[in-house]
Design a protein around this ligand. Structure first.
Ligand SMILES: *[C@@H]1O[C@H](CO)[C@@H](O)[C@H](O)[C@H]1NC(C)=O
Ligand SMILES: *[C@@H]1O[C@H](CO)[C@@H](O)[C@H](O)[C@H]1NC(C)=O
Length: 167
């Protein structure tokens, strides 16, 4: 006859195995989900565009960020971390990436949104390269699942440029 302890142990092992299989199936079925996120960002105003006393360009801008990230949500999605970065090239760096705004999206209902916002984080160049500079605005997201691996992707929006003169 099995002791109580032995049976309890057997039961635990069984439940843990079932749980592991369920988790594996969850992340597998998650990968089969094809998402079709979309995003659009308008720069609605350049609020300030100046060279700081230290010689670095600083810009403050207002954006209208609209996105539909609802298809990124599955029953296995805990939340999304999203951020918008300005990306541009300078003679010193092949890629400059400046984070302008970010948010945590806790549920599918909130994954289709638009927000008019000025940059939440300061946009300062490492130099004074921004006059007339072309840049991209990239919406990055990290999908944090309930179980399984986190994954990240982005939408690159092109064709923005800074004014030729400080203002
Ligand atoms: C922002 O963009 C969305 C979608 O294009 C639009 O519906 C909304 O009216 C815009 N908001 C502002 C303040 O421009
Ligand atoms: C913007 O993104 C496009 C597409 O990824 C890329 O080819 C281009 O070099 C980028 N432009 C800048 C200024 O970073």
């Amino acid at each position: 006859m099995h002791s109580f302890g032995y049976r309890l142990n057997g039961l635990l092992t069984f439940s843990v195995t079932i749980l592991a299989i369920m988790c594996a199936m969850a992340s597998l079925s998650d990968n089969l989900n094809t998402a079709s996120p979309s995003a659009e960002i308008q720069v609605t105003n350049i609020n300030r565009f100046q060279k700081q006393p230290q010689g670095n360009d600083e810009v403050s801008l207002t954006m209208n960020i609209s996105a539909d990230l609802q298809t990124l949500f599955t029953w296995n999605t805990k939340q999304l971390f999203v951020f918008v970065a300005a990306e541009y090239k300078t003679p010193e760096n092949s890629l400059n990436q400046v984070s302008l705004w970010d948010a945590i999206i806790p549920a599918k209902e909130h994954a289709k949104f638009w927000i008019q916002t000025s940059n939440k984080y300061r946009f300062i160049d490492q130099g004074n390269n921004l006059r007339g500079k072309e840049f991209n605005l990239t919406l990055h997201w990290h999908v944090m699942p309930k179980t399984g691996k986190m994954f990240a992707d982005k939408i690159v929006l092109t064709g923005y440029s800074f004014p030729e003169e400080y203002r």
